[in-house]
Each structure stands twice: as structure tokens, then as C-alpha cells.
Design a binder for this molecule. Sequence first.
Ligand SMILES: Cc1cc2nc3c(=O)[nH]c(=O)nc-3n(C[C@H](O)[C@H](O)[C@H](O)COP(=O)(O)OP(=O)(O)OC[C@H]3O[C@@H](n4cnc5c(N)ncnc54)[C@H](O)[C@@H]3O)c2cc1C
Length: 373
Amino acid sequence: MDTEDHKALREAVAALGNRHGRPHDTAQLWSEAGKLGYLGVNLPEEHGGGGGGISELSIVLEELGAAGCPLLMLIVSPAICGTVIARFGTDAQKQHWLPALADGSRLMAFGITEPDAGSNSHRITTTARKDGNDWILTGRKVFISGVDLADATLIVGRTEDARTGRLKPCLFIVPRDAPGFTRRPIDMELAAAEKQFELTLDDVRLPADALVGDEDAGLLQLFAGLNPERIMTAAFAIGMGRYALAKAVEYARDRQVWNTPIGAHQAIAHPLAQAHIDLELARLMMQKAAALYDAGDDMGAGEAANMAKYAAGEACVKAVDQAVHTLGGNGLTREFGLASLITASRVARIAPVSREMILNYVSHQTLGLPKSY
Ligand SMILES: Cc1cc2nc3c(=O)[nH]c(=O)nc-3n(C[C@H](O)[C@H](O)[C@H](O)COP(=O)(O)OP(=O)(O)OC[C@H]3O[C@@H](n4cnc5c(N)ncnc54)[C@H](O)[C@@H]3O)c2cc1C
């Protein structure tokens, strides 16, 4: 449940979001939100942040989404990258990145997905090898958001364990213009300012301090960033679902083709009521996940963050679908602006971890059922 501080934050961010609305200038909104301190609410105060947690950052994203102007890069820059650097970075990395991520003057993208690994991140092959004090990174990534806008991308690679020969995950900060680091935009059917890229790392030479955190604790560090990512994707989905639902409700109150507004027909009203209930339930789960994460319970947060992402993704897809349907033909016009949300809402079902992979997680981890793969 929201505290008084949370309610105040919600109202203030909603006011900013409503000043921008849809369509909006993403760069302008990013910069304003940074100046107002919203981008770094989760980052430590001593490094220019607000000293809050993912509970607060998820409120920012949800409210901007509900106003029709979600900032996708909030999921990546302060939530994943900011969290990982704040928790595991060196003092120099913290000083260089955190104040700038918090005020929005620098942005960081995050790259884990690979063309041949997809949902199976154990299969990633981007490899880092030592050359003197430097690291040399080689590999490919796909669907990485905002690489053109970001000053650097936090790349998940692997290093070879000298004792076992096994590859273990490690995180590297790769500057946008590092030689050998190239990007190709992917032609997505998404109406969003943030583009997705295919990345090639061709013997990218990085200094020793490009490595974030401990070489031997990569997996733990990675999960510290992935739970916030799931919670923030839930916030993204809930915000979008609320936006679509509000548009549909407004329309259903006014539109009349018989002798009452269409919203009086239960065939229109009930699915909208269900969409509202589903979004509220998803938000409760998201708040639980955020509270566990902010309290330092990484394990407990993992299960709750997965469930919240699942519930929010499903609630968002259904809310958008019903909203478009409520507007009849107008649901598909550019003027009413809901049709493009049909594709956008599907992102929350696929990324950062698909609906099926969450069902697998709950089947195996929570219910103890055997694995098929
Ligand atoms: C808009 C957008 C932005 C993104 N941004 C980023 C980003 O910034 N950084 C980043 O690293 N990645 C990003 N991604 C990638 C995203 O995380 C992946 O698309 C996602 O993890 C799924 O991987 P995949 O697309 O390879 O699908 P696949 O793994 O090929 O899966 C395809 C289908 O098969 C199903 N499936 C796979 N394995 C199983 C199984 N064992 N059991 C049941 N079903 C299964 C999946 O659920 C899915 O429906 C983004 C994706 C999108 C669409």
C-alpha cells in the first residue's frame, strides 16, 4: 500500500506526466524528470539520488505510463544499471555514473539477450578474455533498447573460471563509441522513441575498470539487477493498462448509439471492470515484490517480481485489448491513439522474461514440479 510519501510522489509525477501526455517529446520529459529528481529516486543520496528504492521508482514509471508517456529507459538506466553499480561498483564507478544517471545527464543501456540464446541466458556466448590488464569482449546481442541514446551499455558477458574452465557471467561497461562495438537498429513494429538494436562486439578492448563488481560473484550481481527489471516492467505494464482503460471509460461514458451510453451495457462495462481489478491486483503483487527487494530479500523478491511481471503483463494486454474494442472503429484510428498500444502491450508479455518462462519458474521453483528442458 502507498505511504503518504508515496501518494505525494504519485501525485507529483502524475502532474508532470499530464503536462506531457501522449504523444510527447521523450528527451524533454527525460530531462525534466531528471531535474525534478524522479529518475534517481532509487539511487543513494550520497551519489545524487533520492535515497528511496524500487518501490519509489516503480511509482514514477507507473504514473508516467498512466499519463500516456512511459519512459522505457527507466527500466534499464536507473533500475538495472544504477542498482548494480550502487550495490557492486567501485567508488570511482559510483562517482562517475550514479549522479549522472540520477539527474538524467547520462544514460545506460543493458544487454543480456543474444540471438542464439534468447530465453536461455545460460547459453550466452559473449566472452571476455584477459589481455594484460585489459579485457577483450567478443559476441553478439539482440533487441537491446536505447543503445543510441545511452552513453554506455552494461553488457552481460562471461569469463572463464581458471579453476573449472566453466564460463561464468560478468558485467562490463561498454562505452557507446568503443572501437569494435557496432549497432544496427532493428525494424520493430513499435511506436516508441526507444529503438531496439542488434549489437556486435568484435574484440572490444576495455580497461580493467570496465568490469563491474566481483569477477566471481557475477550471477548474484546479475540477479540484483534483474529483479528491479521485472518489477519495473510490471510498472510499465500497469501504467499502460491504466492509460488505455481510462481512455475506454471516458469514451464509454459518452458514446451513445441506442438510448444509453455504451458503458451502461454490461458487455462493455464488465470487461472494463475486470481489467481494472486485474491491474489493481497486479499492482499489489508489484508492491510486494518492491517491498521485499527494498528490504534486501533478493530471494523472496525473485519469486514475487516474476509473479508481478506475469500478472501485470497479462493485465496490460487484456486492458489494452478491451480498450481498443470499446472504441469500436475509433479504436483503430490514429486520432484516438490506442491501436499502437496493441503491439506495445505485448512487450510486457515477452520481455525481459516471457510469460512461459515465468510459468516455468513458478512450476519448478515454487511448486517443485519437474523440468521438461
Ligand atoms: C521491445 C523489446 C525491448 C527489449 N529490450 C531489451 C534490452 O534492453 N536488453 C536485453 O537484453 N533484452 C531486451 N529485449 C529482449 C527480451 O528480453 C527477449 O525478447 C526475451 O527475453 C525473449 O527472448 P527471445 O525473443 O529470444 O524469445 P525466445 O527465447 O526465442 O522464445 C520464443 C517463445 O518461446 C517460448 N519459450 C522459450 N523457451 C521455452 C520453454 N522452455 N518453455 C516454454 N516456452 C518457451 C517463449 O516464452 C516465447 O514465447 C527486448 C525485447 C523487446 C521485444
